[in-house]
Design a protein around this ligand. Structure first.
Ligand SMILES: [Zn+2]
Length: 459
């Protein structure tokens, strides 16, 4: 048995070395940092740090099957996923076609981390927690266990890659430093949760990786790739921002209300207004540009349809409550600027608790244009006339998450029925639902399908 594992390990080491040679030449003047000279040995039986490792291992067994465990399963295959590993925090897709230098850079870092960590791994040959506790098959990556039996636990290879890659990406994308470092840190925690590493393996790996990245800054091949990657990412970022800048020029700021637009309350005086973007109680956490009053405007045909919906609602014992109607392009521009500012996450807990802010664009929660600016979309809910209470729709308005989808799993019967009630009233009046937001309706037959208006919402 032992021989078989040794063969396996040798073949893997050979593979790693072979993988890194084309990028960081074998004869590179770059030495690996002397980990064995400064890292303390792994804690021995009975030492405080060993007891801590054991206690943390035991505590993290409770994670099995949960969301954090799933993340650990994903992270276990990190090397095959360099392109997506930091997607949420980095905010840009990297791939062979558009960002070859960035991918080469990440491979170089990955290879160099292995070279740095492996001598200490081989020297100490620390036993893995799932071996120590005689719990084969209990880790988040059972398929990896055999190969890990004779691969020293201290320091953790995955953790050194995660932290090393994060340190480098944070230099390329300083505006997202916090999110990137957090992700790199979590890659290490994943190894403990997985059950394949002790906490001290992960901590020593981060230390080793930090020194290794410092050392990389002495390697001309690293510096060249770093510069190329910076330029690649810079080009991608400005390409992503270009359509927004163009739009801003196109949309004229106009203070007058277009002749075709009407105040919703002129046609449907009974509707309630709770114009969230005029208040600070919205996902931005402040009043949004273009909202000079808590008012609702729509193009006339949409307002007429909404008045029909208000009547139908009244007949069923409800009142319509409007969160937003026409939305100036300047407000949408404000959303776009807000998304770019990763530091500002004031109302995250209410409106996007489970979505990374850096991902709001990619997941289409926020776009550079909104149907609302065409004057034929409305966000609303139902209020019970007898109690004055909003119906329970399962999520708040503007909740960014799958639970806002019409067909979301996990809704109570009442919540699902309440959404149905709203959609049947709105659809009968000529509106179309939006599958991903229970509150959003747009007029099926839009009067201005191609125009994005930019007059302020005004008193
Ligand atoms: Zn909407």
């Amino acid at each position: 048995m032992i021989r078989k594992f040794l063969v396996l390990i040798f073949c893997c080491h050979f593979f790693l070395a072979g993988h890194s040679t084309p990028i960081l030449a074998e004869n590179s003047a770059l030495n690996v940092p002397p980990l064995l000279e400064f890292l303390p040995p792994p804690p021995g039986q009975g030492e405080i740090d060993a007891d801590r490792d054991i206690a943390i291992y035991r505590a993290t067994r409770a994670e099995r099957g949960g969301g954090r465990w799933e993340q650990a399963v994903f992270d276990a295959a990190d090397k095959e996923r360099l392109e997506v590993l930091f997607l949420d925090s980095f905010g840009l897709k990297i791939n062979r076609e558009t960002t070859p230098a960035t991918l080469d850079l990440l491979s170089l870092v990955t290879g160099y981390m292995a070279k740095t960590i492996n001598p200490a791994k081989d020297h100490y040959k620390r036993v893995r927690p799932f071996v120590y506790f005689e719990a084969p098959g209990s880790t988040c990556a059972p398929g990896d266990e055999e190969a890990l039996l004779d691969n020293g636990s201290y320091p953790s290879g995955h953790s050194s890659r995660g932290w090393g890659l994060a340190l480098v990406l944070a230099v390329i994308s300083p505006e997202r430093q916090g999110a990137i470092l957090k992700r790199g840190y979590e890659l290490g925690e994943s190894r403990v949760i997985c059950g394949v590493h002790w906490q001290s393996d992960v901590e020593s790996a981060r230390l080793g990786a930090s020194v290794a990245v410092l050392q990389l800054h002495n390697a001309p091949e690293f510096l060249r790739l770093l510069e190329e990657a910076r330029m690649e990412i810079g080009r991608l970022r400005s390409a992503a921002a270009a359509p927004v800048a163009k739009l801003r020029q196109e949309a004229p700021v106009d203070s007058g209300i277009p002749a075709d637009f009407v105040r919703v309350t002129d046609l449907a005086p009974e509707v309630l207004l709770d114009i969230r973007y005029y208040s600070a109680y919205n996902f931005v956490g402040t009043r949004v540009d273009g909202y000079q009053a808590p008012a609702a405007f729509l193009a006339r045909p949409a307002a007429q349809a909404l008045a029909r919906a208000a009547e139908a609602a009244e007949a069923r014992g409800y009142i319509l409550k409007i969160f937003d109607a026409y939305r100036p392009q300047s407000a949408v521009d404000h959303f776009v600027r807000w998304v770019a500012d990763m530091k500002d996450q004031k109302n995250k807990a209410i409106f996007y608790p489970a979505v990374d802010k850096g991902h709001l664009f990619e997941k289409n929660y926020i776009a550079a244009r909104s149907g609302h600016s065409r004057g034929a979309a409305v966000d609303l809910t139902l209020v019970e006339r007898s109690t004055g209470q909003e119906l329970d729709m399962g999520t708040p308005f503007d909740f960014f998450g799958v639970k806002s989808h019409h067909a979301a799993a996990g809704l109570t019967r009442i919540q699902a029925a309440n959404r149905k009630e709203l959609s049947s009233i709105m659809e009968a009046a000529g509106f179309r639902p939006y599958a991903e937001e229970w509150w959003h309706y747009s007029l099926a037959d839009e009067p201005h399908p191609d125009t994005y208006f930019n007059f302020p919402v005004q008193p």
